[in-house]
Design a protein around this ligand. Structure first.
Ligand SMILES: NC(=O)c1ccc[n+]([C@@H]2O[C@H](COP(=O)([O-])OP(=O)(O)OC[C@H]3O[C@@H](n4cnc5c(N)ncnc54)[C@H](OP(=O)(O)O)[C@@H]3O)[C@@H](O)[C@H]2O)c1
Length: 349
């Protein structure tokens, strides 16, 4: 769905951030449907960024072109977008914290997305933009245990100190929506808002993003787990939702893609029970101790930990089921399918 059999003749689909975890699966999905894909990477000479793309199976009529593009280099963005019929914009920096959050996290998302929008405006060929947003663009700072969030909510209180990633994702999605609203007859636009994405990594680089908390367990970087309730969606389902959104769903639609939740200790137990030889920590430490631990973790902040630990948050993904026809792999299946490529390719070393 989302790409017709004659897509190859119909036009080129640009996928920004194609070396990334989600972008790579979108490219694989499109190629399996015979689409013509232009895939952007920052460094086409890096095997970890491109080898897995070049090995992907291409169905009849499809083709893959890999181009270099940096979101902060507007000319490279303009060249990448030029002549494409559909744009799937996944590229962003997926890091929760940094010493220079404006430069390292917010600017690539916001300036980069503005560059993509300007590039679309400078060519007459683009008919549809699918923008990868996030639950981080939806989740406000304060929420209560057990709450269900929908796409009616915005992370409009995100700020550079406490939640730079949320600020980046919220600001980029707002830019896309304001740009779309300002046009009487512009391209179709849809945002896809995933939660934590799991499922098979296709490159070692993919382990640095959302699967990194699984890597922490597999490498025993910490000898315990913290009381974290995690909303999970499968990377293959996220890719499918993006591809379907090219032709399905409402114009200006905002689609949460979430399959379910697991506590981190249940994640650890599921991995251990499926892989008894792995020495995965399963003991959960109390809430207060886990706040102390989070202070020393390089990727999370104390404020993030206080917002999230020990609490359950749910998401309404029914619009994606209704409008995009999505059904979801279970969180446990996504989790367990993350592990075999890591073991087979020796990525634990
Ligand atoms: N993974 C999740 O759990 C999750 C959840 C919700 C939303 N998302 C969103 O999904 C999108 C993809 O995330 P992901 O998990 O696939 O992350 P990822 O594996 O880190 O991929 C990010 C991609 O963006 C590219 N990129 C970063 N900075 C760039 C720049 N300045 N110019 C051009 N490309 C740049 C990266 O290129 P390099 O390979 O060169 O670094 C990479 O291809 C992001 O928009 C993210 O916010 C992810």
């Amino acid at each position: 769905m989302g790409v017709s059999e004659s897509q190859g003749e119909q036009g080129v689909v640009l996928v920004t951030g194609a070396s990334g975890y989600i972008g790579s699966h979108i490219v694989a999905n499109l190629l399996s449907k015979g689409a013509s894909v232009r895939a952007t990477v920052r460094d086409a000479s890096d095997p970890d960024r491109v080898d897995h793309l070049m090995e992907m199976e291409i169905a009849e009529g499809g083709q893959l072109e890999i181009v270099e593009m940096d979101l902060l280099d507007s000319e490279s963005v303009r060249k990448a977008v030029s002549g494409c019929m559909q744009v799937i914009h996944t590229a962003a920096v997926v890091v929760l914290n940094s010493r220079n959050p404006q430069k390292k996290i917010v600017d690539p998302s916001v300036i980069g997305t503005q560059n993509v929008l300007d590039a679309i405006d400078s060519t007459e060929t683009v008919e549809c933009l699918v923008h990868t947003s996030s639950t981080a663009a939806i989740r406000p700072q304060k929420w209560s245990d057990g709450q269900v969030l929908t796409t009616e909510t915005w992370a409009d209180d995100a700020n550079i100190v406490d939640n730079p990633y949320g600020l980046a994702k919220y600001s980029a999605e707002m830019l896309v929506r304001e740009w779309h609203d300002s046009k009487d007859s512009g391209p179709r636009m849809v945002t896809i808002n995933p939660c934590v994405v799991l499922g098979p990594p296709l490159s070692r680089r993919h382990l640095r993003g959302s699967p990194s908390f699984i890597m922490m367990l597999l490498k025993r970087e910490i000898p315990f787990v913290i009381p974290m309730h995690i909303s999970i969606v499968d990377v293959r389902d996220v890719a499918e939702a993006h591809v379907r959104a090219l032709t399905m769903g409402k114009n200006a639609g905002r689609y949460l893609v979430v399959s379910g939740q697991m506590w981190w200790k249940d994640v650890a137990r599921a991995i251990k029970s499926e892989n008894p030889s792995l020495k995965v920590p399963t003991r959960q430490i109390p809430y207060l101790l886990s706040l102390v631990v989070s202070i020393f973790h390089p990727r999370v902040s104390l404020s993030w930990a206080r917002m999230h630990l020990g609490k359950r948050l749910f998401w309404d993904a029914s619009p994606a089921e209704r409008d995009l026809g999505m059904d979801w792999r279970s969180p446990k299946e996504s989790l367990l399918d993350t592990i075999p490529p890591i073991l087979e390719k020796n990525w634990l070393r």
